[in-house]
Ligand binder design. Structure first.
Ligand code: GLN
Length: 456
């Protein structure tokens, strides 16, 4: 813990930790020492971790990287972060992220950009660690903590993991409680671990997962011992390669990464089969209707009354002006854009044309996966991202769709509620990490982790 706290002090340039909690960390570390001495050490006893700012942590700033929640110190602890405390882990602080988890580069944060610890060979241009869990990815990659929590609504664990050479798993929807995590798109949001290895991910996921009566969508299922399932034996497993993920203009190095990963699984005894997920091309448009729709509803609670920021008012201002000024000041650009898109697609005149249609498409996407799993496929292998990390400032606010295209391989998994993991699988021509994604059957994270373990 002390070594991590020191590393964090020396890493301000990364802007990964935005609220540091050294007192809490040292106190928990001491308690962990005592438990170890007593021979009563739980799974993550004494392990220093970072917590994404989206998780409410009792008495500690929990701002979701938004100005509208500035100064918000919850009276309660999210279920997942509490489970991590119960497992003996030591919170070092809160981690930067895109505002309300909306973004793929950590550039929408009210705290400013996170800088990846990675650089292209021979260049000192600053790169994005990905987003929205960019602080988590950068902190783990730079050894500021052993592991971190992330959340994934459309790829926010898996894409930053791929960009930073770390492991990130988005569990099956319902595996981890959403209680106490600031809501973005409730039917898609899931928490998960971001770690340095598949084994760490298995240990941490087991600690985070489990039924919670406070989240009606959390599944009442036993949590297996995921670590014990890491045998590395994948003989006879059927791995599907979906043809729709072979996009036009895919960079040769991504093609190669994918082919190499396929060969590795085959060498380990898996059976490789070509599969089709025909509705893949509709996933991104459907996601960018459904996610903003749910966000516009979830973010209605930030009204200047109940949480955080309230704008200074002038004489004569009424409640409408209070809402308007507060929300205009408190929300950043991307969040405002999503609230507007979401409000539009949910409005009486456009609900059927956009929101309802997107929901139908979502059902078809889910069915694509159900069909291949019913045909005996155990896991699906795809690239995690269409490219390696890009430069900070390279994608402009003026063309949001360019940014949204980053999520092309990840959003399908959230729409279908499936578990997906990104594992580091090599580097590009400039020495930057690349990730492969494995998608598994619902509730079979153990199997998925084991396949990822064979790939690691
Ligand atoms: N990049 C996607 C978005 O901006 C996904 C974000 C996430 O998973 N939280 O919506």
């Amino acid at each position: 813990t002390e070594a991590c706290l020191k590393a964090i002090e020396g890493a301000d340039a990364l802007n990964a930790f935005v609220h540091k909690t050294p007192e809490i960390a040292l106190e928990r570390a001491k308690a962990a020492d005592a438990r170890i001495k007593e021979g009563d050490a739980p799974a993550m006893c004494g392990l220093p971790v970072g917590i994404k700012d989206l998780f409410c942590t009792k008495g500690v700033d929990s701002q979701a990287a938004s100005n509208i929640l500035k100064g918000f110190k919850p009276e309660y602890e999210s279920t997942v972060s509490q489970k991590l405390v119960d497992a003996g882990s030591v919170m070092l602080g809160k981690l930067n992220m895109d505002e309300f988890a909306m973004g793929s580069s950590n550039e929408t944060s009210a705290y400013g950009d996170v800088v990846s610890p990675w650089r292209r060979d021979g260049s000192d241009a600053k790169l994005t660690p990905g987003g929205s869990s960019g602080g988590s990815a950068a902190a783990v990659a730079a050894d500021l903590c052993l592991a971190a929590t992330g959340t994934d609504t459309g790829g926010s664990i898996r894409q930053p993991a791929a960009f930073t050479g770390t492991v990130g798993i988005k569990p099956t929807y319902g595996r981890c409680s959403r209680w106490g995590i600031v809501a973005f798109a409730s039917s898609l949001d899931q928490a998960g671990p971001m770690t340095k290895s598949v084994r760490d991910a298995a240990i941490m996921l087991e600690a985070m997962a489990g039924h919670d009566p406070k989240d009606s969508t959390s599944a009442d299922l036993a949590v297996p011992n995921f670590e014990a399932m890491l045998t590395g034996d994948i003989k006879g497993k059927k791995i599907g390669i979906p043809k729709e993920y072979r996009m036009d203009g895919m960079p040769a190095e991504i093609e190669k990464l994918w082919a190499d990963g396929t060969a590795m699984l085959k060498d380990a005894g898996a059976e490789i089969v070509d599969i089709s997920l025909p509705h893949t091309k509709y996933a991104l448009p459907a996601y960018y209707v459904i996610a903003p729709a749910e966000a516009s509803s979830n973010l209605a609670r930030y009204d200047g009354v109940r949480y955080g920021h309230r704008a200074m008012l002038e004489a004569g201002d009424g409640i409408t002006e209070m809402y308007e000024k507060t929300r205009a000041e408190g929300f950043g650009h991307e969040v405002q854009r999503r609230v507007m898109v979401g409000t539009y697609v949910l409005s009486a005149g456009f609900y059927d044309a956009y929101y309802n249609r997107a929901r139908r498409v979502r059902t078809l996407i889910k069915k694509d996966f159900e069909d291949v799993f019913a045909a005996g496929v155990d896991a699906i292998l795809t690239p995690a991202t269409p490219s390696a990390a890009f430069g900070l400032g390279e994608m402009t606010d003026a063309d949001p769709v360019q940014m949204y295209l980053n999520d092309v391989f990840t959003v399908t998994v959230n729409l279908a509620g499936l578990p997906g993991i990104s594992v580091p699988a090599g580097v590009d021509a400039q020495g930057l990490p690349l990730g492969l994604q494995l998608i598994g059957r619902p509730w079979e994270e153990g199997d998925l982790l084991n396949t990822a373990y064979a790939l690691e």
